[in-house]
Design a protein around this ligand. Structure first.
Ligand code: ADP
Length: 245
């Protein structure tokens, strides 16, 4: 492991990777990347590389898990053994079980689950490379994979974190900032409904700092939302061209 830096923000106000305090990492998104899934998306958020695949709506297995009046969402967040510097065991960790739950809960409010009683969708998130903020990038990709599967949604869900490093509230913490920093606040957001679907906090912030972090994270979400829409449009333009050929 590399040594922990003492200062995360230099005299010019720049962070370890040269970003300003309110700057996102570069984000690249692609929709419809897997031919065997009903819907899929791939995201690169800084050094994070994450695939999301959606299957369904389909009959639930085991059947007794199905609900009479709505569709069930199941989610598995998994980090590949090679996704972090030291090999991660492929067996599900407590952290992955928690993240699977919070990702599912962040996505569920956006899906018209009542349209598909007695059925379910499975959302698989595979983290190929992790560098802090994987739950947020996973939510951003998984929401697109659900849309790509043609499942009716109230809105997209987009996620981004803000937090505190040294004595400043900053946007989009990467791994070192997450580990050495003071606090991390991941936020998932439905931009058109103006509603938050995930809000967590790891660390300690004053009420004012917390409010600034949430607002900053929402600003970050809005920027990523523009890229989400762009990625969906590109997928449909490509499909249109293929059909017309
Ligand atoms: P998030 O990825 O949503 O920020 P955490 O705060 O739990 O979730 O994790 C922060 C970062 O810690 C991850 O993005 C990843 O880079 C790193 N990390 C997580 N699990 C491991 C692990 N088992 N070994 C090494 N690094 C890990």
């Amino acid at each position: 492991m590399s040594e922990k830096p003492e200062k995360l923000i230099d005299k010019k106000g720049l962070r370890l990777d040269g970003r300003k305090i309110d700057e996102l990492r570069p984000v690249k998104i692609e929709v419809g990347v897997l031919s065997n899934a009903d819907g899929s998306a791939y995201i690169e958020h800084g050094k994070n590389k994450i695939l999301a695949a959606v299957f369904g709506p389909r009959e639930m297995h085991p059947k007794h898990l199905s609900l009479p009046d709505r569709m069930v969402l199941r989610c598995r967040y998994h980090m590949a053994p090679f996704s972090v510097q030291e090999r991660k065991s492929p067996a599900p960790s407590r952290r992955e079980v928690e993240l699977s739950k919070v990702i599912r809960e962040a996505l569920e409010p956006a899906v018209f689950v009542e349209y598909y009683p007695r059925s379910g969708i499975d959302i698989f998130v595979e983290v190929l490379q992790a560098d802090g903020g994987t739950r947020c990038a996973s939510i951003t990709a998984a929401a697109l994979a659900i849309a790509d599967a043609g499942i009716p949604m109230r809105d997209l869900v987009v996620a981004c974190a803000a937090g505190k490093i040294d004595d400043k509230v900053v946007l989009d913490l990467m791994d070192t900032e997450d580990k050495v920093g003071v606090a991390d606040v991941p936020v998932a957001f439905m931009p058109n409904l103006n509603a938050v679907t995930l809000l967590q906090m790891d660390g300690i912030l004053t009420p004012d700092e917390f409010e600034s972090a949430v607002n900053l994270a929402i600003e970050g979400c809005k920027k990523i939302y523009a890229l989400q829409k762009e990625a969906l449009k590109t997928k449909y333009m490509n499909t249109k061209e293929e059909v017309e050929e």
